[in-house]
Design a protein around this ligand. Structure first.
Ligand code: NAD
Ligand code: SAH
Length: 420
């Protein structure tokens, strides 16, 4: 434990008490992960192994790290976004015997160094979020791939990157695609992002949503959740899409659908959830209303084009924590939240505990699956086995005291036949 303190890089160890309180709070609201913890304590699936985790370093993630530690692992953790790391949580984890390389808001060079340090521990397994670890391993430090047997990836964009590596035949590891499990994207991307994106926007701006026009850019799993919650808060919701089927879906769900250049004229709040770049850019800023609020809940800080915002601005100033005002030459002001980074994590605490409960139960069980099967798995993107997905759903139901019906023998036979 003194080694852990000596080796870790955190902002301030004095913040630990506040961090412990935060972790205790989420632990009490993560019943599915608590069950996994009990399994891990009994079976010690990671005994004697090193696991490096790169995730948004707040309390729910901290609890996942403790569960993997309870499974016998020596855990190292780093942050997956410079603005989502909570320094008090980091300090508490160090006290709990986990090596931490993370700080809130490091500069880009330091951010990368911290990630690099977490890999230099030579882990056996990794948990990645958006492909930060995998990208560094495959581009700059292939030497560090030697000890790594496999891992798990948290999010949509990370899986897109893994599939691109796989297609080029350069992916070197089996990586479990946690996001593709039902119990991940159906709940985390949809209900998690729906609630936490507004948590971030409302906390930060303290402005009213009812009666405003909210433009949701992208109608995938996250977009559906954000649009649903915007409607519930009383907004007029507009959806923009590039995919014809998703656009029909948004229309059938009761939302107006139009090109971004039209939506740009109408929106009071813009929320990007595409995983793409420059989805709000110069031609859109040119027609936006004075006072438009710009928020991203997709990936990185490239969905809202910051260079194009800067190009039009005569001044930029911070008007509240996490709000930058870009004043244009023509006098209009645009408000960018959390530097265009994930508003739910940079300007709030990310998804609620009950949502991360199922997501992180999948992470923990997915990692256990790779640990037990890596010798026979190909270096490829691996689906979470359906049995694990189903088990997480059953545990979730149990935690809610919700019971299911069961098929009768007669019904099973009926469903299995074609001629009765
Ligand atoms: P998805 O693939 O289901 O949806 C993305 C949608 O964006 C697609 O329907 C696509 O057609 C659309 N799109 C792409 N380019 C567009 C453009 N220029 N204009 C309009 N629409 C466009 O993905 P998802 O699961 O909804 O995830 C979206 C992003 O959010 C990913 O980067 C993912 O990693 C991230 N994510 C963030 C959180 C969070 O906590 N903030 C949670 C889960 C996922
Ligand atoms: N590193 C990239 C990746 C986007 S992360 C970036 O910062 O732009 C999106 C993922 O964050 C989602 O898949 C979701 O599962 C995860 N997430 C949301 N709330 C979280 C929380 N409270 N703790 C940890 N991860 C969270």
């Amino acid at each position: 434990s003194t080694d852990v303190i000596k080796n870790s890089i955190v902002a301030d160890m004095n913040l630990a008490p506040e961090g412990h309180l935060k972790i205790d709070w989420v632990e009490a609201h993560m019943p599915v992960l608590n069950r996994v913890r009990k399994e891990f304590e009994a079976d010690l699936p990671f005994k004697g192994l090193k696991v490096t985790i790169c995730l948004h370093l707040e309390a729910k993630t901290a609890y996942l790290a403790k569960v993997i530690q309870a499974g016998g692992a020596e855990v190292t953790i780093t942050g997956s976004n410079p603005l989502s790391t909570q320094d008090d949580v980091c300090a508490a984890l160090v006290e709990d015997g986990i090596t931490v390389f993370a700080k809130y808001n490091p500069d880009p060079v330091e951010y990368k160094q911290l990630i690099m340090r977490s890999l230099e521990t030579k882990p056996d397994f990794i948990i990645d979020d958006g492909g930060d670890l995998v990208t560094i391993l495959h581009s700059e430090r292939p030497d560090l791939l030697e000890t790594i047997r496999g891992g798990a990836e948290e999010t949509t964009t990370g899986i897109i990157k893994l599939k691109a590596l796989e297609k080029q035949k350069v992916l070197n590891l089996p990586m479990v695609a946690v996001n593709d499990a039902y119990c991940k994207h159906l709940f985390d991307n949809r209900y998690g992002t729906g609630q936490s994106a507004f948590d971030g926007i409302i906390r930060t701006t303290n402005l009213v949503v009812a009666g405003s026009t909210v433009v949701v850019v992208g109608y995938g799993w996250c977009g559906k959740g954000v649009a649903m919650r915007a409607k519930g808060l009383g907004a007029n919701v507009i959806v923009t899409e590039v995919d014809a089927i998703k656009a029909v879906e948004a229309h059938m769900d009761g939302f107006r659908v139009m090109p971004m250049v039209e939506a740009a004229k109408l929106g009071d709040f813009f929320i990007t959830v595409t995983g793409n770049k420059a989805v709000i850019t110069g031609e859109h800023f040119d027609v936006m209303k004075d006072g438009a609020v710009l928020a991203n809940a997709g990936h990185f800080d490239v969905e809202v084009s910051i260079p194009e915002l800067k190009k039009r601005s005569t001044s930029v100033r911070t008007v509240r924590k996490n709000i930058e005002e870009y004043r244009f030459a023509d006098g209009r002001k645009m408000y960018l939240l959390a530097e265009g980074r994930l508003v739910n994590l940079a300007a709030a605490d990310g998804h609620p505990a009950e949502i991360m409960d199922t997501t992180f139960a999948l992470q923990a069980l997915g990692l256990r699956y790779v640990r037990e099967n890596y010798e026979t798995l190909n270096p490829a993107v691996i689906n979470v086995p359906y049995e694990i997905d189903e088990k997480v759903a059953r545990h979730k139901l149990e935690s809610l005291n919700i019971e299911l019906d069961t098929l009768t023998e007669e019904q099973i036979q009926y469903l299995d036949s074609w001629n009765v």
